[in-house]
Design a binder for this molecule. Structure first.
Ligand code: UT7
Length: 326
C-alpha cells in the first residue's frame, strides 16, 4: 500500500516584531496579563505591501529544497489561508507561478487554524489513492492585516507567518498513520471575519466597527479548544494503533498556552514532549504547526523514526489531528 509522508518542511516569518511593550502602548493591557493569560511575548508582523502569498512562496521554496525535489516535481499545491491576497486567483495559483511549479494543480482551502492539518489530510488521500506523488501544502496567514488593534481581547494574540511541507508517496508502512477532521458550524459565530456580508450585529460588536477584522468569543472558544483538541489527538493515536507511550512529540496549534496545557493535562501526556513556541509568534493560524515542525527539526527535537502527533482547532469551528512517523 502507498503511504504519504512529510519529506521536507520550510517556513517564513516576517522580521518586524510587536512585543508586549508595544501592545501596552496601543491598548489597555500589561505584559503580565498577556503572559499569564496567553503565553505570548512577541508576534511577527508583515510590512505594508507584503501579503500571504509572499510569505507562502518563501516557505514553499524552503520546503521543496528540504525535500530534495524540484518545483517541476510538484503535482498539487494546497494553500490553507483565511487572509487571501485575492478572492481569485487562489493564493496556491500565485505560489505556483512564483516558484515555477508548472506541472501542479492548485487550490486554496479555508479551515483557519486547522488549515495545515486539513491540507495534510487531503494530501494523504490523493497520495494513497495513487493520484499524485508530490504535494506541496502550505499554511500561511497575515492575520495582522485582519486584526482589530483597538480590541485588546484579540490583538495581543495574532501574528503573521507561513509554513510549508512537501508530502510524498512512500512504500514505508508508516508515514502518515492516521488523520481526522471535524467541524461544528453551529458554533461558527464564535470566530468571525466578514467578507461581503454586512450583518449589523457583527459590525457593531467589533471595537473598531471594521467588519473585515477577526472577532472572537475568546472564553467559549478556549473551552471548546481544550476539549476537542484532546479528543481529536486521542482519536488519531488510537486509530494509528499506537499508545501515548509511543508518541515522541506532540505539536499542537499555538493559540494560547492555557489551551495547550489544558489539552495536555486531559491527555495525561508528558509536558516535556510538547512543542511550544507561542511566546515568539503568537497565533499565526495555519502556519503554527508547520513553523513548529521546522523549529523542532532544527532543534533536534524531531528525529527520523519519531512518532509525532499534530492537532489543531480554529474558526469554522474546525479541528484536525494526525499521527505521522517522521
Ligand atoms: O486559534 C483558535 C482560535 N483562538 C483561540 O483558541 C483563542 C481562545 N481564547 C483565548 O485565548 C482567551 O479567551 C483570551 C486570551 C482571548 C482571553 O482570555 P480569558 O481568560 O478568556 O479572558 P476573558 O475574555 O474572560 O476576559 C477576562 C478579563 C475581562 O475583563 P473583565 O470583564 O473581567 O473586567 C477582559 O476585558 O480580562 C480582560 N481582558 C484583558 N485585560 C488586559 C481581555 N483582554 C485583555 C488584555 N489585557 N489584553
Amino acid at each position: 500500500m502507498i503511504r504519504a509522508r512529510i519529506a521536507g518542511v520550510g517556513h517564513c516569518v516576517p522580521e518586524k516584531v510587536y512585543d508586549n511593550a508595544y501592545m501596552e502602548s496601543i491598548v489597555e493591557t500589561s505584559d503580565e496579563w498577556i503572559m499569564q493569560r496567553t503565553g505570548v511575548k512577541e508576534r511577527h508582523i508583515s510590512e505594508d505591501g507584503v501579503y500571504t502569498t509572499d510569505l507562502a512562496t518563501e516557505a514553499a521554496k524552503e520546503a521543496i529544497a528540504d525535500a530534495g525535489v524540484t518545483a517541476e516535481d510538484i503535482d498539487l499545491i494546497i494553500l490553507a489561508t483565511v487572509t487571501p491576497d485575492y478572492f481569485t486567483p487562489a493564493g496556491a495559483c500565485v505560489v505556483q507561478k512564483n516558484i515555477g511549479a508548472h506541472n501542479a494543480a492548485a487550490f486554496d482551502i479555508n479551515a483557519a487554524c486547522s488549515g495545515f492539518v486539513t491540507a495534510l489530510t487531503i494530501a494523504k488521500q490523493f497520495i494513497e489513492a495513487g493520484t499524485y506523488k508530490n504535494i506541496l501544502i502550505i499554511g500561511a496567514d497575515v492575520l495582522s492585516k485582519a486584526t482589530d488593534y483597538k480590541d485588546r481581547g484579540t490583538c495581543i494574540l495574532f501574528g503573521d507567518a507561513a509554513g510549508a511541507a512537501v508530502v510524498t508517496a512512500t512504500e514505508s508502512e508508516k508515514g502518515i498513520m492516521s488523520a481526522t477532521l471535524g467541524a461544528n458550524g453551529e458554533d461558527g459565530h464564535n470566530i468571525t471575519c466578514l467578507a461581503y456580508r454586512n450583518d449589523e450585529d457583527e459590525v457593531e460588536k467589533r471595537v473598531s466597527h471594521r467588519k473585515d477584522t477577526m472577532w472572537m468569543a475568546g472564553s467559549a472558544v478556549m473551552k471548546f479548544a481544550v476539549k476537542i483538541m484532546a479528543e481529536a489527538a486521542d482519536k488519531v493515536v488510537s486509530d494509528a494503533g499506537i499508545s501515548w507511550d509511543d508518541v515522541n512529540l506532540l505539536v499542537p496549534h499555538q493559540a494560547n498556552i492555557r489551551i495547550v496545557d489544558g489539552a495536555v493535562k486531559r491527555l495525561k501526556f508528558d509536558r516535556d514532549k510538547v512543542f511550544v513556541n507561542i511566546e515568539k509568534y503568537g497565533n499565526t493560524s495555519g502556519a503554527c504547526i508547520p513553523v513548529a515542525l521546522c523549529e523542532a527539526k532544527r532543534d533536534g527535537r524531531l528525529k527520523k523514526g519519531d512518532n509525532v502527533v499534530l492537532v489543531a482547532m480554529g474558526g469554522g469551528l474546525t479541528w484536525g489531528a494526525a499521527v505521522l512517523e517522521w
